[in-house]
Design a protein around this ligand. Structure first.
Ligand code: NAP
Length: 309
């Protein structure tokens, strides 16, 4: 008998862990990835809170997870998933740019993308000094004055990474307390080449062909000033990529899937895992944990629904 097919949409830590667990549970696993495996993890310069690794580049962790999944027979297809076919309240297939793929079960693990700051000049200078990935673009600005906008883990990590590249970093945050981890915050605060610009919000990004300055407004006083910078790295939070699931499963106001720890959705055979699921902690390890739980549930479901009667 053919193994039931598990289709996983998204090749981040949730999707790749689901692939490992799904393959080990005897399913024929296909991971659909629109860009490169690893998701946000692969764009993280240094990961320092994944057990067994005191420090590892996000890209390396992603490559190892991908190799692990492939070693168990998981197939990774680089394509864009455009729809999930549901009939009689069961997930039946995934529609991709390359065609329709039938599935015994589907795990949605599309992850998140970085939000835009929403200030003047941001769109105009995207790719010309405005970046949403310090790990990808930081080296182009090594040794230069760069701004990082945000006050969460991503902004603190980006600031530390850029400081390590010899940049003079201006960390712009709209409040005076950070949202990110304490240890990381104190490390960033101690870096001589990171200057904090607290209670400041970006008004405009200006320049010629490329970014030359960032205009800020003080949240309390309203005072406006301009910082000469060569690049602006936006780290102002993330949005779950759940457009595919709209109308299929309940989503929160922020676009996250309302699903429990077992990652089940109200649609039979459709599971939601990783950063797209509403939960208290968004980390690589909690995404991986979701992937394991979702694959376990998917295997149980497929076995019950697809075994010959
Ligand atoms: P986040 O935790 O949501 O932080 C976003 C930051 O951007 C906040 O400080 C927010 O300010 C600020 N912000 C939002 N909109 C803004 C705007 N328009 N202009 C200026 N500032 C704005 O996002 P994140 O850092 O991307 O992290 C997302 C999730 O992934 C979090 O749960 C985080 O813990 C997790 N993560 C973990 C790690 C790690 O553990 N190593 C690394 C990266 C991400 P306020 O604080 O005032 O709201």
């Amino acid at each position: 008998m053919q193994a039931p097919r598990l289709i996983i949409i998204g090749g981040g830590p949730a999707g790749l862990t689901a692939a490992i667990y799904g393959a080990r549970a005897g399913m024929a696993v296909t991971v659909l990835e629109r860009m490169s495996a690893g998701g946000q993890m692969a764009l993280t310069p240094d990961v320092e809170n994944y057990p067994a690794w005191t420090r590892v580049e996000g890209f390396e962790l992603a490559s190892r997870m991908e190799a692990h999944a492939r070693s168990l027979g998981a197939e990774i297809i680089y394509t864009n998933a455009t729809g999930i076919e549901v009939s009689e309240n069961r997930a039946r297939a995934v529609i991709t740019d390359g065609g329709r793929l039938e599935a015994a079960a589907v795990i949605a693990a599309m992850g998140v993308e970085r939000k835009k700051i929403g200030c003047e000049g941001e769109q105009e200078y995207a790719g010309r000094g405005v970046s949403y990935c310090a790990a990808c673009d930081g080296r182009f600005f090594a040794g230069k004055t760069t701004a990082v906008v945000g006050g969460g883990d991503a902004a603190l990590e980006d600031a530390a990474y850029l400081a390590g590249l010899g940049c003079d970093v201006r960390l712009i945050h709209r409040r005076d307390t950070f949202r990110g981890g304490r240890l990381l915050e104190s490390r960033v605060r101690a870096l001589p080449n990171v200057k904090l610009e607290l209670q400041q919000t970006p008004l405009a990004i200006r320049g010629g062909k490329t970014v030359e300055s960032l205009e800020l407004r003080h949240m309390a006083t309203g005072a406006v000033k301009s910082l000469p910078v060569s690049a602006v790295f936006a780290a102002v939070g993330v949005t779950p990529m759940t457009a595919l699931l709209e109308g299929l499963v309940p989503l929160t106001a922020s676009g996250h899937v309302e699903a429990g720890e077992d990652c089940r959705t109200p649609v039979e055979g459709l599971f939601a895992a990783g950063d797209i699921r509403q939960k208290p902690l968004y980390q690589i390890i909690t995404a991986a944990s979701d992937g394991a739980a979702a694959a376990q549930e998917a295997a149980r479901y497929a076995q019950a629904a697809w075994s010959p009667k």
